[in-house]
Write a protein that binds this ligand. Structure first.
Ligand SMILES: O=C(O)CCC(=O)C(=O)O
Ligand SMILES: [Fe+2]
Length: 367
């Protein structure tokens, strides 16, 4: 008998890990969520509420900065695709997303040198908004990043345990922590305008890259949806004091599809709504790995759970399918080029021409 397609995203309580009698329950729930859902809520995560609240309180203020201050840190300044993107400039599945965002990352000095692969230019310093205009934001966000980064490493060890492999089977996909960089962004989804039906795409259907995503739904708005095994869209409404955790395409690839990368999207808030805010954190893997050559061996009883999952229905997401053939950094770079053609045109002109042979897609002024 195969697993029925899920109709809700499971909630896992991190507090269960603190006690040896409840820990196995968490691990079993995690195994189920990885294999049959690809998404979970993590309640009571080990990130202090004050650290989260500080970031949440800043969000409306950062987006309310005068436009010239936001444009001063525009993403097209950055070969690392870090910085500010105006509403409508980002694209998913070839259509414009209706969200405004700042991409940041954990601290990292770029060491790319001419002659080395282009994807090694992807990691580098963030562009922070003017400290005088939002005093304390940078410090609050860096504190948040550090805690979620630590959680992301702790969580990958739990995933190894849930799938019956030693932690090193997964941690070998990272460089030394000081050589890694992980990204996070703050996102604002304004209400959809009255006159445009197409503007309902907050972000179109997609998979995430890398290993894990930790998403903070930072306002009380529905809109996030995930696609179940049968292809139906399931709501993932915000739940206080939780992160939403999902699997990236790289983790799916190295686990031979045991851990599912689940297709997801965000619908823009309805006409007249206040804006929705979110803060996704994306855990990367080392850039120069060809993970198609690095799959893992799993215990037979775990592999059988995959068999029981049955056939996967078609999803609406198509991105990051190149992990089998290209270095991981190149896969990420292609994703960035497709999402941010304006940035690519400026910093990666050859790749830009490859993916946009007809030039910049239409979205108002070039940026
Ligand atoms: O804003 C959200 O809730 C999800 C965003 C997302 O899926 C992404 O940026 O990859
Ligand atoms: Fe996503």
């Amino acid at each position: 008998m195969s697993e029925p397609a899920f109709t809700a995203v499971p909630v896992l309580d991190y507090a269960l890990l603190a006690d040896d009698t409840t820990r196995p329950t968490f691990i079993a729930q995690l195994r189920h969520a990885l294999i049959n859902v690809g998404f979970l809520y993590l309640a009571n995560p080990p990130v202090a509420p004050a650290t989260i609240d500080a970031v949440v309180a800043f969000l409306p203020r950062v987006f309310a900065l005068p436009q010239p201050l936001k444009d001063a840190v525009r993403m097209s300044n950055s070969e690392h695709f870090l910085g500010y993107s105006r509403l409508g400039v980002e694209r998913t599945r070839g259509a414009a997303d209706q969200r405004e965002q700042f991409d940041f990352a954990t601290p990292h000095e770029n060491t790319w040198a001419p002659g080395r692969p282009d994807y090694l230019r992807l990691w580098g310093p963030s562009q922070w908004p003017d400290e005088h205009a939002v005093p304390g934001f940078k410090a609050a966000f860096l504190a948040y990043l550090a805690d979620v980064e630590a959680l992301s490493y702790a969580f990958i060890a739990l995933i190894a345990e849930a799938l019956g492999v030693p932690p090193a089977a997964l941690t070998r996909f990272y460089d030394a922590p000081e050589r890694m960089q992980h990204r996070a962004k703050i996102v604002k989804y304004p209400a959809r305008p009255t006159d445009a039906v197409s503007a309902a795409q907050g972000v179109g259907p997609h998979f995430d890259a890398g290993f894990l995503t930790f998403l903070l739904q930072a306002s009380d708005h529905p809109g996030l949806q995930v696609q179940n095994l049968a292809g139906a869209w399931i709501d993932v409404p915000p739940k206080p004091h939780t992160f939403v955790v999902n699997i990236g395409k790289a983790l799916e690839a190295v686990t031979q599809g045991l851990a599912r990368a689940t297709s997801h999207r965000v619908l823009a808030p309805p006409v007249g709504s206040t804006p929705r805010y979110s803060v996704p954190f994306f855990q990367n893997i080392a850039q120069d790995l060809r993970i198609g050559e690095m799959t893992l061996d799993f215990p037979e009883e775990v592999l059988q759970l995959k068999e029981r999952r049955g056939e996967l229905g078609a999803t609406d997401s198509v991105n990051f399918s190149e992990y089998g053939s290209l270095p991981s950094g190149q896969v990420t770079l292609i994703g960035r080029v497709k999402s941010h053609p304006d940035v690519a045109q400026r910093h990666y002109p050859d790749l830009f021409r490859q993916f946009f042979p007809d030039g910049l897609p239409e979205y108002g002024e070039a940026y």
